[in-house]
Design a binder for this molecule. Structure first.
Ligand code: ADP
Length: 178
């Protein structure tokens, strides 16, 4: 856990669909904003068919872009959908991944959201090495933190124990350096 200018950045092990105290959860979406597998499958399953319906006119999106919808059956007010880069295909990968986090935070701010939960975007099917992705993800959020207004809590939700440990280590390294 780190605190930067009143913004808490934390890592937890868990499921992105079970973040009941969070206003906006981020979906590691596909370009078509369809259910699919991984995070997107879990979010759409938990939200119900209304989410896919709301997404349809907003698709397709490009790597680094983000759009916002309601939470439907999820315990969260909003879902922010962002498309991560496919590692080895969408370049420059680090800049596109950073844009995902920046654009998601911008939408959260525009909607007066206080708390946001992110999964580890691009580290599943899209093949981004976890430690590299964690450096970009946490680095971007720590860099944006002093400029945030409404957002007071940013939570990284990691599915696996190893991913959780990597994120925790990268966070303490990056926050310690600052
Ligand atoms: P991408 O297509 O952007 O790579 P994925 O959904 O395939 O996205 O995976 C992104 C990361 O989210 C992976 O590390 C995966 O293990 C993790 N993940 C999968 N399901 C969940 C979930 N329900 N909650 C949180 N993280 C999840």
């Amino acid at each position: 856990m780190a605190r930067i200018d009143g913004v808490t950045v934390e890592c937890v092990r868990g499921d992105i669909t079970a973040q009941e105290d969070i206003a906006a959860v981020v979906n590691a979406a596909n370009a078509e904003l369809r259910p699919g597998g991984g995070v997107a499958g879990a979010i759409h399953r938990a939200a119900g068919p209304g989410l896919e319906e709301e997404c349809r006119p907003l698709a397709p999106i490009s790597p680094g872009e983000a759009v916002i919808t309601g939470g439907h059956g999820l315990p969260n007010r909003y879902v922010i959908h962002t498309l991560g880069p496919v590692y080895g295909r969408d370049e420059p990968a680090a800049e596109l991944l950073a844009s995902c986090y920046r654009n998601a935070l911008r939408l959260a701010e525009e909607n007066g959201v206080e708390s946001v939960a992110f999964p580890a975007i691009s580290t599943g099917v899209f093949g981004y090495p976890v430690e590299e992705a964690a450096e970009v993800a946490l680095g971007t959020v720590l860099e944006e933190a002093p400029r945030l207004g409404s957002v007071r809590l940013v939570r990284f939700v990691l599915f696996g124990e190893e991913d959780f440990e990597i994120h925790r280590r990268v966070l303490s390294r990056l926050a310690g350096e600052g």
